[in-house]
Design a binder for this molecule. Structure first.
Ligand SMILES: [Zn+2]
Length: 487
């Protein structure tokens, strides 16, 4: 067997650079990954103690990547080098990653009784419970994910829980947001949440941040917390939370839900990839529907939020293997879990070697939105719009515009505007031949977002006499016919 020598570069992660002369990279000439690493650790023996155990094996929290691939999926340390290749050291597991000073000797007799099931476990015990009491966790969003998160973290004795939310409880929340009851409908979410969580555990301090998280307030709100838990439902806030966590060096316990599917990970740029390493840019607006548009199984946020709560507690206690560098995907329909390895991207615009995002940006603009909760119909000028009252008045006056319902058949079963025809938005391009461009056409959906998209499709195909029903069937229910249910 011949050994071919090659020149390569080893990239050293921020967390380990202090043991490697603060160098971000190290050049080697070697034939295998193992030889290259030996040269590095011969130069910096301290680093060697962090990378290898007493048996000379790579420690379990260290991943070595050869270019884009984990060497465990290649030939391990025997993986041959080729000229110009890169070896990247990625410490993937971070037990004890978040350093929290336990509040020693502060648990009173009632608390000791309350937490007894924790105190008898050696992995938690008194020291762990005192760490939980000292911990400050910020929940972004007090909705589907925020509900189980708030309940379990408060029950577990996390001493300070901050919540960011500016909404009121509405009746469509109750299908999944188990923090609230029917009597809370119309009540400010944080007020209702604080009442419930304080009742659950009066030893927990609840900080209310009754604002929409923005680039102007995010760093100020996040900086006082040890861990940030992302329970948001929109891309601008998700990128904002990610970037703020990278800038502040905080772990971001991520969860997302849609219909029957959930994702969980821990993004912690000090130890592994961030959300942008995974998704450098958001999808264009409208491509990925929100839960409000696409729906979500009511139990799903319970499962995903409970997993986020588990990861949060582990990070505080410094036990187990956190989901750093791993994305867990949960499919409730198939009752299947799959795990994907996540790599830190050296070219990541936020946490990479040469970051281009070093302060918070305008995330609505970055995600292609013009503002908060932007609906596509806001892009339409008034001559393309009609209100529910105007449509009703036109009909009463004997005008009969062609009314097209662009929702899905299962939505039409809930209710529909009389004398309307169903053409789901996805079928509009194929079925536009059924429409006459000489007719006045009114398009509607649930709230006016999809119908605005359908209008654009028809307009670009040459239709000129189009109107979007502003507010959709909800507005029709509010202003014309309350017997049609809203959903
Ligand atoms: Zn990144």
């Amino acid at each position: 067997m011949t050994t071919q020598m090659a020149t390569a570069q080893i990239r050293i992660p921020t967390a380990l650079r202090q043991f490697a002369g603060n160098q971000p990279t190290f050049d080697v000439t070697a034939s295998t990954v193992g030889q290259a690493l030996s040269q590095l650790t011969a130069e910096y023996p301290d680093l060697g103690n962090h990378l290898y155990n007493n048996e000379g094996e790579l420690r379990s929290f260290v991943n070595i990547y050869y270019d884009e691939e984990d060497i465990r999926y290649l030939d391990g340390q025997e993986t041959p080098l080729s000229d110009g290749s890169e070896i990247t050291i990625v410490p993937s597991i971070a037990g004890g990653a978040v350093e929290i000073e336990p509040l020693q000797g502060t648990l009173d007799g009632d608390e000791i009784m309350r937490y007894s099931r924790h105190l008898i476990m050696p992995e938690v015990a008194m020291g762990g419970q005192e760490k939980l009491k000292a911990a400050k966790v910020l929940l972004i969003g007090a909705g589907g994910l925020g509900s189980p998160l708030g309940l379990y973290l408060a029950a577990a004795g996390v001493g300070t829980i901050g919540m960011v939310d500016a909404d009121e409880v509405d009746s469509t929340n109750l299908q999944r947001q188990i923090l609230y009851g029917t009597s809370d409908v119309g009540v400010d979410k944080l007020e209702a949440a604080k009442n419930r969580l304080t009742d659950l555990n009066p030893y927990v301090k609840i900080n209310e941040h009754r604002v929409r998280l923005t680039s102007d307030n995010a760093l100020d709100i996040l900086k006082d917390y040890d861990i940030v838990v992302d329970g948001t439902d929109n891309f601008p806030t998700r990128y904002l939370v990610n970037d703020a966590c990278v800038i502040l060096g905080k772990p971001n316990v991520y969860g997302s839900i849609f219909r029957f599917e959930g994702q969980v990970s821990v993004f912690y740029a000090e130890e592994g990839p961030c959300y942008r390493c995974l998704y450098p840019e958001p999808p264009p607006p409208g491509l990925v529907p929100s839960c409000a548009e696409g729906g979500v199984l009511g139990v799903l946020p319970g499962t995903v939020g409970a997993m986020q709560a588990t990861e949060t507690v582990k990070l505080i206690l410094g036990i187990g293997d956190p989901l750093i560098g791993r994305l867990l995907r949960y499919d409730a329909l198939g009752m299947e879990f799959r795990e994907f390895k996540l790599r830190k991207d050296p070219r990541c615009p936020v946490c990479g070697e040469n970051p281009t995002v070093t302060e918070l940006i305008d995330y609505d603009e970055f995600c292609g939105f013009g503002g908060d909760h932007v609906e596509a119909d806001e892009a339409l000028t008034p001559e393309w719009e009609i209100s529910a009252k105007e449509l009703a008045a036109a009909r009463a006056a004997g005008k009969k515009p062609v009314v097209i319902d662009v929702r899905e058949p299962h939505e039409r079963e809930i209710g529909f505007i009389p004398d309307s025809t169903l053409i789901p938005v996805g079928d509009v391009p194929a079925r536009m031949s059924e429409l006459n461009s000489a007719d006045e056409i009114v398009l509607y959906c649930r709230t006016g977002v999809r119908s605005a998209r359908a209008l654009e499709t028809l307009r670009s195909a040459g239709f000129g006499k189009l109107k979007n029903l502003v507010g959709g069937i909800h507005a029709w229910s509010d202003d014309v016919d309350p017997s049609i249910p809203k959903y």
